[in-house]
Design a binder for this molecule. Structure first.
Ligand SMILES: *[C@@H]1O[C@H](CO)[C@@H](O)[C@H](O)[C@H]1NC(C)=O
Length: 429
């Protein structure tokens, strides 16, 4: 009798736990390919592969011998098509292979986030972009499946550029995706294409991120277009079957560089199912950030755990972050642009010398590597107060910004072989 009573008490306790944990935030109605809400996302971005970034693969840019080539647009525009196409094809074939997916899984990670540009799907008149990367996206999904990894397909560049960053495909001072309805309509169509392309692979492509880093800092006009675009993307991702049948794919919307409270109550369950919020956290892109002491870098990271990410109405994932504390990686601020840390960025004041802080990890002191480990642990502990994290980035070209590289961090030991293993368990206490 006593035994039966305690079992039934346990059972009702278990039921109340089940009912109160994932169902409040997410949904009972869709069934994602990964147990979001109960298991933490731990992943790596595959940056600089299917969308070029000068700082991740600087040799591709240096080899052009043309300083005006600063992004993928000019890479395709300012050299002969055959030269550009050969360089891109070689890069697509070699920078990532199935061996990387095997290594990512062996490192205990469960997700990869894979940036792709709009031009993989559709190139408009007058746009110089070269195609061919789409088949690598499809290969990547197969490789991920082979090694048990979930894929976040991340639209990283939209027509007109959503942020003007070189990693949107087109570097410019003021982006014009949002101000041109044709650009937005083209992007909607691409999200439909992506959703339908992977609608039978929900157990691998469990997440679609409809647009990386739209420039919310450029004002209210951008934000209102972005919000409508999130609603439209929800429809495009949730209903990819030309019927009322719903997909199980998570819709990962970026915060457009707005603080969490800005998105309070946005796209709430149960009206919306399976919407998650992506926030990117770097401590290297302002004068004040690069001037922080190592201790302050760590406490800034730890503070994220109490910023509201733990109980926000949308699952919150830190979809980009890095252990870097300087902007010293070559071309990080753009090809031909210097670093704030050493004062070579226009208008900045030097904080220190870049030597030994970036690029080749063989130049890092043991105390700096110990700091990188502490900072890595502080960040992952803090971000796991939310739904988890995806480091930017799995790899760089040898010698390029290696403090950002998950692969190099594993080799040198500032990233543990098992991402749940920690030395500094109380670093944020
Ligand atoms: C809007 O963007 C499209 C390309 O998506 C371009 O053809 C058109 O000229 C742009 N319109 C304006 C007014 O800039």
């Amino acid at each position: 009798m006593a035994c039966r009573l305690s079992l039934s008490l346990l059972w009702s306790f278990a039921i109340s736990l089940l009912a109160s944990v994932p169902l409040t935030r997410a949904d009972s109605q869709i069934n994602p390919g990964f147990p979001y809400g109960s298991e933490k996302v731990r992943g790596a971005n595959l940056g600089g592969w299917l969308v070029l970034e000068p700082w991740i693969a600087p040799s591709l840019f240096d080899d052009t011998g043309n300083d005006a080539i600063v992004d993928e647009w000019t890479f395709c525009q300012l050299q002969s098509n055959s030269v550009a196409k050969a360089a891109l094809t070689n890069h697509w074939n070699t920078f990532y292979t199935e061996a990387d997916f095997e290594a990512i899984a062996a490192a205990g990670l469960n997700h990869v986030r894979l940036p792709i540009g709009y031009w993989a799907f559709e190139v408009g008149p007058g746009e110089p972009f070269i195609q061919g990367q789409l088949s690598y996206l499809q290969k990547a999904v197969t490789w991920a499946e082979n090694h048990g990894l979930m894929v976040i397909v991340d639209l990283h560049g939209a027509p007109g550029s959503q942020n003007g960053f070189d990693n949107s495909g087109q570097r410019m001072s003021f982006p014009h995706w949002h101000s041109n309805a044709t650009n937005v309509a083209r992007t909607d169509a691409i999200i439909k294409t992506i959703a339908s392309m992977f609608s039978e692979n929900e157990n691998v492509v469990s997440v679609i991120a409809p647009l990386n880093e739209p420039a919310g800092f450029d004002g209210a006009d951008v934000l209102s277009v972005v919000k409508q675009y999130w609603y439209d993307s929800y429809g495009n991702i949730r209903f990819p079957f030309d019927s009322s049948q719903e997909s199980n794919t998570l819709v990962l919307i970026h915060d457009a560089f707005q603080p969490l409270p800005y998105w309070s109550g946005f796209m709430p369950p149960p009206t919306f199912q399976g919407v998650a919020l992506d926030t990117h956290i770097y401590q290297v892109f302002s004068d004040s950030d690069v001037a922080l002491s190592q201790t302050d870098h760590i406490s800034t990271a730890c503070a994220v755990s109490s910023s509201g990410i733990a109980d926000f109405h949308l699952w919150t994932i830190v979809g980009e972050w890095a252990p870097a504390i300087t902007d010293c990686a070559k071309y990080l601020n753009g090809r031909g642009v210097g670093a704030r840390y050493d004062g070579s960025y226009p208008g900045s004041t030097a904080v220190g010398n870049c030597a030994g802080m970036s690029r080749s990890a063989s130049t890092f002191s043991s105390s700096y590597k110990t700091f990188l480990r502490r900072f890595w642990e502080a960040q992952t502990i803090a971000y796991e107060a939310g739904q988890g994290w995806i480091q930017w980035t799995w790899k760089t070209e040898a010698g390029a910004g290696e403090e950002w590289s998950y692969q190099v961090g594993l080799a040198y030991g500032w990233i543990p072989q098992d991402p749940t293993e920690r030395i500094y368990t109380t670093i944020c206490d």
